[in-house]
Every structure is written in C-alpha cells, then in structure tokens.
Design a protein around this ligand. Structure first.
Ligand SMILES: Cc1cc2nc3c(=O)[nH]c(=O)nc-3n(C[C@H](O)[C@H](O)[C@H](O)COP(=O)(O)OP(=O)(O)OC[C@H]3O[C@@H](n4cnc5c(N)ncnc54)[C@H](O)[C@@H]3O)c2cc1C
Length: 411
C-alpha cells in the first residue's frame, strides 16, 4: 500500500462485518482482487463481549458459505435447526416445522456471531493472494473519475478500485455522502440477547413464542463442555427493557425462567447480556456511480424471522455473480447494466422481507383479543395445510426464487 498513489484493486469494500467480510471472501475466491477496510480490528470483532448474538444461518446462506470455504471453519461450532415451533403466548395452538417435511437440508444452522467472524477472518488469510484486510482503519471519503474510484482513509492512505462497496451497516458514511435517501422507522422495542445453559437437551428445536411485548426466541446452540446451551432473543418494550437489563443475575434469570416456561429444566446464565435497539430502514437505491450497497447498509429489518444477515448473504451471492460475469465478458465491473442487474435482483426481495417482518411484528406484538384470535386461526391454518406450510419453510430457508449460482444446491 502506498501512501499517496494508492494500491489498485478491483473491488474495495468498507466494512468487514459478516456481510462485507463474506463478500470479500467470495470475490477473492473467484480471483477478484479485493481490499476490505474496517474501523475495528479482528480481535475486537471476535471477542466474547463484542457481539453476543448467534445467527440462524438459513440453508441458502450455508450453501454460500460452503461454496466459498467459510463454512468448514464454523461447521464444528454450529447447531442444526431440525424443527421450529411457533406459539402465541398462552394459546394452545402452535405452528410446527420439521426439516424432514421439505427435504434433507436442515432449516438452518445456529452459529455464534463471534465464530462466524472468526471463520471469515480465517478464510480471508487463506485467500491473501487476492485479498487485503486493512483494519483498524477509518474511511474518510471516496472520490470518482470516469474509469475508477478512490477510497481515502484517515491518515492519507488511498485505495483505487473499479468498484467500491459499502458494507458499513445501518449507519453508512459513504451512503450518506452519496446522498442516497433512506426510509425507515424505529420500533418501540429492544432486543435483549443472552446465552443460557439448561438442564435438558433442546434436540435442535428452535422456539419462538409471541408475547405481548414482542417475540421471545430460544435458539439451539451446540453443547459446550457438557453444558446444553441456547441463545435467547427477548424482544421487550423499549420503556421496560432498561429495568430488566438492570436486574441482578438471579432476578434476570428468574424473568427468563418465567418466559421459557420450565421445559428446558434448570437454567443458568452464560456470559454477559446484550441489548440492541430495533428498527426498519431501506435505502432508496443500491447503486450510485461506482458505489454499491450491501447488507444492513442497504436494508435493516426486525429480527423477528432471523433474516437480516441472510438477506445480506443473498446480496453477496448476487453481487459476486454480477461482478464475475462482467469480468468474464471483459466489461467494466461497475458498468450500469451490471449494477442495475444487482439492484433489480436484490431490492424487491429485500423490500418484501422488510414488509413481511414489519407486518408480523405489528400483528403479533400485542394482546388485542380480536387480533390474537385471528392470528391464532392463521397459525392453525398454515399448520394444517401442508403445501402452504412447505412454501413458508422454503422461503425461510431461502431456497426459492431466482437464486444466485452460489446458493443453488450444486453451485
Ligand atoms: C437481536 C438480533 C438478532 C439477529 N438475529 C439474526 C439471525 O438469526 N439471522 C439473521 O439472518 N440475521 C439476524 N440479525 C440481523 C443481522 O445481525 C444483521 O443483518 C447483520 O449483522 C448485518 O451485518 P452487516 O455486515 O451488514 O453490518 P454490521 O454488522 O453492522 O457491520 C458493519 C461493519 O462495518 C464497519 N464500519 C462501519 N462504518 C465504517 C467506516 N466508515 N469505516 C470502516 N469500517 C466501518 C463496522 O465496524 C462493522 O464491522 C439479527 C439482528 C439483531 C439485532
């Protein structure tokens, strides 16, 4: 890297989070010269206290991670989701999904975010010939000429690229500088996240119970040192969450115990608690000149269906395909046709999922009697109509629609 002229790469990515990091790996694995910059160093991002979440990686996301060599580094630390049970507070009806109803692929796999980050960084090292990780480093701005763009880092460093991708997450400096409008709103909810140990095995079953304040999810994790574990995502009213977070461990655990309902036996708390404000946002366009948006920088959704990262993985697979195809034809990878194809491919799908999660959250996060009665009938109906149920499952697994090559069963 030179201080003034700058290194030349094909693609420069800002943000080495789960989406930006995966995109860097996918491109480098296809021989695309890539640089990825993050303001944080990898040691911070993989630290136990940095991100307490675990992600439900859908079947399509797992196909992508396998195809580009990340999955082998995380597989041993992940837990398959064999079944999903959705229940509505104390209603006797529930919706039950089993992976064997749709084929032999699991519904998804749970992996702790720190392990996904570690696996991504490990794979980056294996691809060092084509991939340069620059972290910690902060981006100040980008500039563009007719045939290239330049990413300027604080301290005077510069990287020249045909295409710049922002994977900066919800707050994106490059998106703001490009004046790309963002529409969205905050939910009056906070997600409280914690890992629990439990006496009885979870048997690979993910539970989502809709409580009046929001969904309460119990997600299976692999055992650790003989302890059965699960990741909790407890959505709470924003005005009540601070009081729960301030409880001592015994009181906090007793609140969790009450919501879990005893079926996992005695519970314990493992590690710290985390909290995340929730909101929905989507960028009005995904490309401008030589800049492209992926992941949360393009769309941020409610975690009610565990799909935010999975949408980001679909962005990665689609953008990689568009770039690889343009290179094969000897075209500028930032040509408007190629970037337009990416935008058309991803924007409608992301918007639809944003809409679905928003409606689900509004429909289920309340205890208004007529709404509750109607949604319980809906749950029972889906449960009893196998084709409808299978369609929902395939959608959640991300295995329907116009799939990018890296997400097809045999890429
Ligand atoms: C409680 C909760 C549970 C969830 N569970 C699931 C789930 O089960 N399944 C699922 O699919 N999704 C889930 N999600 C959504 C998922 O976590 C996000 O969609 C995903 O993490 C977004 O990743 P990203 O890489 O786009 O952004 P981020 O994770 O925000 O990463 C952005 C990166 O960019 C870097 N950066 C930002 N600005 C700059 C800059 N100017 N210069 C340099 N670096 C910069 C940051 O340091 C960071 O590393 C959940 C979300 C929440 C809140």
């Amino acid at each position: 890297m030179t201080e003034s002229g700058g290194e030349r790469v094909d693609v420069a990515i800002v943000g080495a989070g789960l989406v930006g990091g995966t995109l860097a790996v996918a491109l480098a694995a296809h021989g695309v010269k890539t640089a990825v910059v993050d303001q944080l160093d990898p040691g911070t991002m993989t630290h136990r206290r940095f991100d307490g979440r675990a992600s439900a990686v859908a079947a399509s996301g797992q196909r992508l991670l396998s195809a580009i060599g990340i999955w082998p580094h995380v597989a041993g630390r992940s837990e398959p989701i064999r079944e999903i049970r959705v229940s509505d507070d104390n209603a006797p009806l529930f919706l039950h999904y089993a992976y064997s109803d749709v084929g032999d692929e699991f519904l998804g796999n749970m992996a702790e975010n720190r392990h996904l980050h570690e696996a991504t960084f490990t794979r980056m090292k294996e691809l060092e010939g084509n991939l340069r990780l620059i972290a910690p480093a902060t981006v100040s701005h980008m500039s563009e000429t007719a045939d290239a763009a330049t990413l300027h880092l604080d301290g005077g460093r510069a990287i020249k690229a045909s295409l710049i991708v922002t994977a900066e997450g919800r707050v994106s400096k490059l998106r703001a500088a490009a004046k790309i409008p963002v529409t969205g709103w905050r939910y009056p909810q906070i997600a409280i996240v914690a890992t629990i140990g439990h006496e009885k095995p979870h048997n690979g079953i993910a539970h989502e119970c809709f409580l009046p304040a929001g969904p309460f999810a119990i997600l299976p994790l692999p055992d650790d040192a003989g302890v059965h574990r699960a990741s909790l995502v407890w959505t709470e009213r924003a005005d009540a969450a601070a009081a729960y977070l301030a409880l001592n461990d015994a009181q906090f655990l007793s609140e969790i115990d009450e919501r879990v309902g005893g079926f996992l036996g005695r519970l314990s708390l493992i590690g710290p608690r985390f909290s995340y404000p929730l909101g929905l946002q989507f960028a009005q366009t995904y490309t401008k000149g030589r800049l492209v948006l992926v992941g949360d920088a393009a769309h941020g959704i409610h975690p009610i269906a565990g799909q935010g990262l999975n949408l980001g993985y679909r962005d990665v697979a689609a953008l990689t395909e568009v770039i690889v195809d343009a290179r094969k034809l000897g075209l500028d990878i930032a040509n408007p046709d190629a970037l337009g194809r990416y935008e058309r491919w991803r924007r409608a799908d992301n918007l639809m999922m944003a809409g679905v999660t928003d409606v689900l959250n509004r429909l289920f996060s309340n205890d208004v009697a007529p709404i509750k009665a109607a949604r319980d009938v809906g749950l029972a109906l889906v449960n009893r109509v196998p084709p409808l149920k299978r369609a929902f499952m395939r959608h959640a697994m991300g295995t329907t629609g116009d799939l990018p090559r890296l997400m097809r069963a045999s890429p």
